[in-house]
Design a protein around this ligand. Sequence first.
Ligand code: ADP
Ligand code: MG
Length: 695
Amino acid sequence: MINSSLEYLKGVGPMRAALLNEELGLKTVNDLIYFFPFRYVDRTRFHKINEIDNTNLDIQIIGFVKTIEEHGFGRKKRLVILFSDHENEIELVFFKKIIWIKKIIKLQAKYIIFGKPSFFNGQYSIVHPEMELVDDVNFKKNVKFHPVYHSTEKLKKNNIYSKQIAKIIKNAFLKINNNFHENLSSDIIKKNNFFSRKEALINVHFPENKEKLNRAIYRMKFEELFFLQLSILLNKITLKKIKSNIFKKIDYNFNTVYECLPFTLTNAQKKVIKEIRKDVLSGYKMNRLIQGDVGSGKTIVALMSILMSIDNGFQSALMAPTSVLAFQHYRSIIEYCKNLNLNVSLLTGATKSSEKKQIIKELSTGEIDIIIGTHALIEDNILFKNLGLVIIDEQHKFGVAQRAKLSQKSILSPHVIVLTATPIPRTLAMTFYGDLDVSVIDELPPGRKPIKTVHKFDSDKEGVFLFLKEKLELGEQVYIIFPLIEESEKLDYKNLIDGFNYIDKYFSQFGFVTSMLHGKMSTEDKDRQMNNFLNKKSQILVSTTVVEVGLDVKNASVIMIENAERFGLAQLHQLRGRVGRGNVQSYCILKTPFKLSHEAKYRINVLVESSNGFEISEADLKLRGPGNIMGTKQSGILNLKISNLVKDTDILILARKTAEQLIESDRILNNLENKLIKEFFISNCSEKIKWGRIS
Ligand code: ADP
Ligand code: MG
């Protein structure tokens, strides 16, 4: 019944069924039942006319019709009803159906009117209000919360408004006779004083009063988040059962590098290395996410893990989202490992085909110990002899499938570490990375000076250039970032080139060299330009956001971002993270035009005031919602119908805890008490959430 098609529902039929499917994705009775109102109209409250203000909300008044008059002529003709609540009066105005309304409205009779007041000619009136004669029956019917459902232009054209949807849903309820099976255990229901599923579903669509409505919404949100968390946790358990290699030894390679490090590891770095150590001793596959703000030193943690793998006879792969970053990792790992006898190789889109052939061969024979690269690493013809560990840097830049592919390149599943510098709020992490183990590097290396962030208008150009010159003269280096957004690529590209020419011309008078980097350049060109900057042959790097992730040039002390208003918060934070990596005082200059939107101002302010990645991501989350932060693809899979990961934090935490406790006490949900949960889970959730896992 619950899975039967909408077509056979009273008031639907094949045409409407097709429309509802097309426009709202509703196919079955069950879909309808889970198509929740997006708001409710409170018809329990009656207003007095003198309470009307400019809040622009629907109001409801009970009163009587004092006079009915026609005003104006021709197209300006209108019907004006003077309506009184016994204390004050308001005009109700009709431009359409005048004759009909005149005929049915009764003078002096009692009515409930409902509509949105507007202010016109110095007074409030209501245009085209709903009017209903009051008798006992409709009074009861009306004094409720009315659900409001999303409709679409096309549906409305076919006369399917919120009201019609409500009716169809009511018919669906009638059809299944309100026979909704419980899907939570009585234990959970009792403990949280929840409505039964039936009561909740009825009240979420057709609430009797505010209190019941709130309880119904709460229960439905809980239910949704609970089953989501349950599937994530069960998935995590499955992942944890995958066998993998044991890295028993800590040996020569690890110890040699460790002893020669040019700095001492922070406590946070040590803690994370210990967590990794524990994972790789367990005999089961490691799936660990390392979160650490920009510049917190994730690379060295990755390298130490790679060395553990090598000490135990296994190869390692490190994948980065850009060739620029892969190249940088390659350089720094070679440097760290210079006293070791290791074969480290780099594979990117720019690798020459003869060289690539050689690399492919050496990977398959096991001669290469560490391979560093881009997407090129996941091509089908790349096979390893004994891949023990996969590290994915800046993992948010990769798709799930890409990440998974690399870890399938070995017979026994390799351990996986993903690194991300985009801190995400805990509640999101709980969901999007809920099946991974998470380590946090919550400490920056000592001696870092906070980056000074300032907002400058385009008109300050001269002052800004003088400042840059000052820094350049001290031997420091400068990034200048231009936006390049796909939609306006042509114009952006021109801006970038013009900008480069101007900057190059200006600073070359003082003997400084400018490099340029953008996505359209060939990888060789990129490497050359980047190399020039790394080797200080150039002092200024004009670039698009290709430098956004990972780059580590300690000598760069200023980053200037042109049109900063066009970047998102997370992106600005990442870009800013390119400086402040050494011990010199660093600066981030956010340049914008004078005129800014409200939101852009807010973003710039957040950046100026905070340098804490977590704070910034919270602000970002509030601004853009989880969909945009995690990438619509990922959040779309969640398909949340009623809850909101940002607003319903408390319920989410409760749901997570409840799911954890459940699994702890009854891992495979075999207790009779949990039978209903299991049944619902199997029929509704089992195919969900395969995406959060990384392999
Ligand atoms: P991210 O976490 O952004 O990837 P990196 O790993 O690139 O950061 O490290 C940023 C810089 O900090 C690098 O130049 C690295 O050498 C340096 N670094 C890392 N750990 C420490 C430490 N414990 N003490 C001092 N400097 C460190
Ligand atoms: Mg990094």
